[in-house]
Ligand binder design. Structure first.
Ligand code: TYC
Length: 103
């Protein structure tokens, strides 16, 4: 499509409808020495819809490497999931930490 001159002589790009994708956020789990492995697996199944096998793999990655990605979501969903994990951990008196960062 050709660019068209406007009244002031400058050139405007033609408007092309570009659907804007929302910025995405990673939800991260952090390792600690106290939260039971089974509890972390339960969080991943419950809040991130992971199978037991997927949840176990992610938990072991966090356990060995210190941090791991639970999922990638738009900001409001990522924040909700982070808060669900933090509240569930607090209720069970585990120090599990969860955070988000831009993907
Ligand atoms: N390191 C914990 C343990 O040995 C298990 C664990 C895994 C804790 C992942 C937190 O995000 C975590 N019991």
């Amino acid at each position: 499509m050709a660019n068209l001159p406007n009244d002031s002589g400058t050139t405007l790009k033609p408007e092309v409808a570009k659907p804007k994708l929302p910025p995405m956020y990673k939800v991260l789990l952090l390792n600690d020495d106290y939260t039971p492995m089974e509890f972390v697996v339960e969080c991943l199944e419950r809040f991130f819809n992971k199978s037991r096998e997927q949840a176990t793999q992610i938990m072991l990655k966090v356990h060995t490497e210190g941090v791991g990605v639970c999922g990638i979501y738009p900001q409001d969903i990522a924040e909700t999931k982070m808060n669900q994990v933090l509240e569930f951990a607090r209720e069970h008196q585990h120090p599990l930490q969860c955070t988000i960062e831009t993907a």
